[in-house]
Design a protein around this ligand. Structure first.
Ligand SMILES: [Zn+2]
Length: 391
């Protein structure tokens, strides 16, 4: 299998060259910094009058500024006439309004608000330990909380504020029993600053930092044929993204108790997760959110752990897709299959066959693209197999 073909297909899963679709939790700042441009530049390229962006809105990241936008009247109040005016600049990267509420601008905390509490600071009845002392971007990790009050704390990651993260700084409750609890953390791709965690119980608070190292991968510069980029204009794309985003919002109870298992009896393209790429010369850097496992069409695909099927249908980019909700904000996703063997609502167990490898959707050859999402963010599947939780 031609590696470059894989890269091309994989590249297509991360976005249109030079454009970005606004997702939950995005801010002008997060989009700008994730793409190596300034907020002013982003506003100029998109003729934005203020800091308001909307879910599903497509932002230019490079090139020449968009046509002057329609007056910034509230979209919900737009008359049919106004809507027409809005779609007049209907290039593929013009504004698409999904009717969802405007994304709020979560401000980053000041450095003082992220300073760790002094060594020895303790919450009565709670011991905190972090499994990984050094993380790289794309890592999932576990914080352990033990002691008689460990189940009563709340945990958040305030360093996520101002970053390109879904539901930044979400208040999390630890999972466990009998004085032994855990919290799942994630390091978003692109992040190199420390993860800051905050554990609270009443008015007692412990704040700590975990250093984050860069993934040592050189940026790949791909030049996508315009023809392939055109496939992304499929009218089903918005529905595809909406379906996936809805699943990222799920917060159901954790149903797994055994370690995660491989999805295929074959090895992945080891460097593909987190690979930074550009698609046009000088364009923005995007990341690959999954791992690619080349395998012949028809190879069995297995559920990596117990869970409930929340997506089992065909999409323009992901092809025949299965998504399994394992609870506790963890979703596994299996792209490009030739055949699906489960349906939405099915309860599946670890190792159960859910489908067959294929090359449907935007795929250049038979392979499984596997993603492990933690509260919507891509983490390295290799962190999970036989590891992470429990361990
Ligand atoms: Zn892939």
């Amino acid at each position: 299998m031609n590696r470059r073909m894989f890269l091309l297909a994989a590249a297509l899963l991360t976005g249109v060259a030079g454009a970005y679709t606004v997702q939950k939790g995005d801010t002008l700042y997060s989009v700008a910094s994730a793409n190596g441009i300034t907020v002013d530049e982003l506003r100029r390229l998109n003729n934005l009058q203020d800091n308001t962006i909307s879910l599903g809105q497509v932002l230019r990241l490079s090139g020449t500024p968009a046509e002057a936008a329609a007056p910034a009247a509230p979209v919900s109040a737009a008359s049919p006439k106004n809507e027409k005016a809005g779609s007049a600049s209907a290039s593929p990267i013009s504004t698409v309004n999904t009717g969802l509420p405007a994304a709020k601008l979560p401000d980053a905390l000041s450095p003082e608000q992220l300073v760790p509490t002094p060594p020895g600071t303790h919450i009565e009845g709670v011991d905190i330990s972090v499994a990984n002392t050094r993380l790289v971007m794309g890592d999932a990790f576990v914080m352990r909380l033990s002691g008689p009050r460990a189940g009563d704390v709340t945990v958040s990651f305030p360093s996520e504020l101002g970053e390109n993260v879904r539901r930044p700084n979400e208040i999390l409750r630890p999972v466990g029993a009998a004085g032994e609890y855990r919290i799942l953390g994630r390091v978003v791709l692109g992040k190199t600053t420390p993860v800051v965690y905050q554990v609270k119980l009443g008015d007692q608070l412990v704040r700590g930092q975990i250093p984050v190292a860069n993934l040592d991968q050189p940026i790949q510069h791909l030049n996508l044929p315009p023809k392939i980029g055109g496939l992304l204009k499929d009218p089903g794309r918005a529905a595809e993204e909406k379906t996936v985003e809805n699943v990222y919002e799920l917060r159901t109870p954790q149903v797994w108790s055994k370690p995660f298992a491989p999805a295929l009896n074959t090895r992945a393209v080891s460097s593909s997760f987190g690979q930074p790429r550009t698609y046009v010369a000088g364009g923005p850097v995007n990341y690959h959110y999954g791992l690619d496992y080349p395998a012949p069409v028809g190879t069995a695909v297995y559920a990596v752990n117990d869970g409930t099927v929340v997506i089992a249908s065909k999409f323009p980019v992901r092809g025949n897709l299965v998504a399994i909700d394992h609870g506790n904000g963890v979703i596994s996703m299996y792209f490009h299959q030739s055949k699906l063997l489960v349906k939405v609502g099915d309860r599946v167990v670890r190792g159960q066959k859910v489908g067959l490898v294929g090359t449907t959707g935007l795929s250049a050859g038979p392979h499984l693209h596997l993603e492990m999402r933690v509260r919507g963010e891509g983490t390295n599947p290799q962190d999970w197999i036989g590891r992470i939780w429990p361990r």
